[in-house]
Design a protein around this ligand. Structure first.
Ligand code: F0G
Length: 462
């Protein structure tokens, strides 16, 4: 199709709408106080534009909704399972499918079957649930992402890349037998939705293979990563996203996927591998923790909608182009207004550099948490903290980890909001940025032991 005459305009039209509520500033002040200044604890009804996450918040297509009716709810051997196996095989290239209720279910199983006490798992920046499962299985996560990923000002086109020297030094120090796999995330979430290059995927795989170290992708946002490869890496400009994605996964032994993102469904996920022996071990865990091997954690209808979603994700490049285009539209509006954001703009959201915006607050006063709350109070736009609160405590020392990035994430759900919603969001962030000096810090009122950001409560520091 000739797309030269338009920008990122949507390749769909709206068939059904869901009303959302506009609230007063007073109502929002009460709501955020009751929520302990944690946007995870707000009621959705008190939110106007919900940019908490792109996870499970996508709008399904008419084809996906009609696929729900075809769900085969047989306990064993459901037709819907085999459609999902075909879709994953065709789009990602993996033969063995282990369906789970969502991404962390797949991370749990993978960690339990591959990691032994004392093992080391190198990866390109942590993700909260991924690292939690690796540690729970007795492993230690070691960050081997390139330094540029921690620098909000670096314009490196592939800030998700693994630093080969860092990876080699981990393997040299502990020995390949203590490194079960490399945890390789595509479009790295915590770095700001930053991609990895095909060259880096290839180099990591070629290094690991002879050592017997597996490469397991977190392919949750791999299609968005494929789009950036098409836009930025030499030789891929004329290749469709579907082909680029298949080439990316060819440099791996398997993947965990949260289907709540790229895959355009509201719930679901999977582990996919090539090795039938590994798949057998995974299925033994699956039947204990998720469900029988032909549904895992999903109903038949969920598997139907997922099979359609996986194909829609790569059917035409227009979908991803529009999806990332909308994110860039919001990011560009903020850059133009001088608001410090992570650049380049990532695939699934715009990440505000809270450390710079609230430079009067030390990291232990939770600047990103405070900025997230201030934006909510201003306009009802709900974002999420991705900084010191999300990073949690070191399990060995009990001390707070101090991540290099202290961010507010404004995550854009797929096919849900319009350009005017992005304008409202930009106006609010710019307004809050202008009066940033009036924003005070926070302290814990309640700190959970694990994955604390989800349920922690805070109060203002006088
Ligand atoms: N891996 C990545 C890169 C993720 O972003 C997520 C979830 C998961 C794994 C876990 O998947 O939620 O299906 O269990 N990210 C969500 C987010 C929660 O808001 O970024 P899940």
């Amino acid at each position: 199709m000739d797309t030269s005459h338009r920008t990122w305009a949507e390749p769909w039209k709206i068939k059904m709408v869901e009303p959302i509520r506009m609230t007063s500033r007073g109502e929002r002040e009460t709501a955020i106080t009751e929520a302990g200044y944690n946007t995870f604890l707000l009621k959705a009804d008190d939110v106007y534009i919900d940019l908490l996450t792109d996870s499970g918040t996508s709008a399904m297509s008419d084809r996906q909704w009609s696929a729900l009716m075809l769900g085969d709810e047989s306990y064993a051997g459901s037709k819907s399972f085999y459609k999902l196996v075909d879709a994953v095989h065709e789009v990602y290239g993996y033969e063995e499918l282990i369906p789970t209720h969502q991404g962390r279910g797949a991370e749990h199983i993978l960690s339990q079957i591959l990691i032994s006490d004392g093992d080391v798992v190198p990866g390109n920046m942590y993700f909260t649930t991924t690292r939690y499962h690796q540690e729970r299985a007795g492993g230690r996560f070691v960050d081997v992402i390139i330094d540029e990923a921690h620098d909000p000002h670096s314009l490196h086109p592939f800030k998700g890349n693994i630093d080969m020297a860092k990876l080699r030094s981990v393997v040299d120090e502990y020995g390949a037998e203590r490194v079960p796999y490399v945890s390789f995330e595509t479009n790295v979430n915590m770095a700001g939705g930053q991609p990895v290059s095909m060259a880096n995927l290839r180099e990591v795989y070629e290094y690991c293979q002879p050592l017997g170290v597996l490469v397991m992708l977190d392919a949750t946002r791999a299609a968005e990563n494929a789009y950036f490869i098409q836009q930025r890496e030499y030789g891929y400009q004329d290749r469709p996203i579907s082909q680029i994605l298949r080439e990316m996964t060819s440099f791996s032994d398997g993947a965990t996927v949260s289907s709540k993102k790229d895959n355009l469904v509201n719930i679901g996920g999977f582990l996919a591998v090539r090795d039938p022996k590994l798949a057998r071990q995974a299925r033994a865990m699956l039947v204990a923790f998720e469900g029988l091997h032909t549904y895992g954690g999903m109903s038949g209808r969920d598997m139907e909608a997922l099979a359609v979603g996986i194909r829609e994700m790569v059917d035409t490049d227009d979908h991803i182009r529009c999806r990332v285009g909308q994110v860039e539209y919001l990011g560009d509006a903020l850059i133009k207004a001088g608001v410090p954001v992570i650049r380049p703009i990532g695939g699934h959201g715009v990440f505000l550099d809270a450390a710079t915006i609230l430079e009067h607050l030390p990291q232990d006063r939770f600047p990103a948490q405070a900025l997230t709350a201030a934006i909510y109070v201003d306009s009802g736009v709900r974002g999420m903290e991705r900084g010191i609160v999300s990073a949690g405590r070191d399990p060995e020392t009990g001390e707070n980890r101090h991540p290099g990035l202290e961010l507010v994430r404004l995550t854009i759900p797929r096919r849900v909001y319009t350009q005017s919603h992005m304008d409202v969001t930009a106006e609010s962030v710019i307004r809050v940025h202008e009066r940033r000096e009036s924003i005070g810090g926070l302290k814990f009122a309640y700190e959970p032991d694990t994955l604390r950001f989800f349920q922690a409560r805070f109060e203002p520091v006088a």
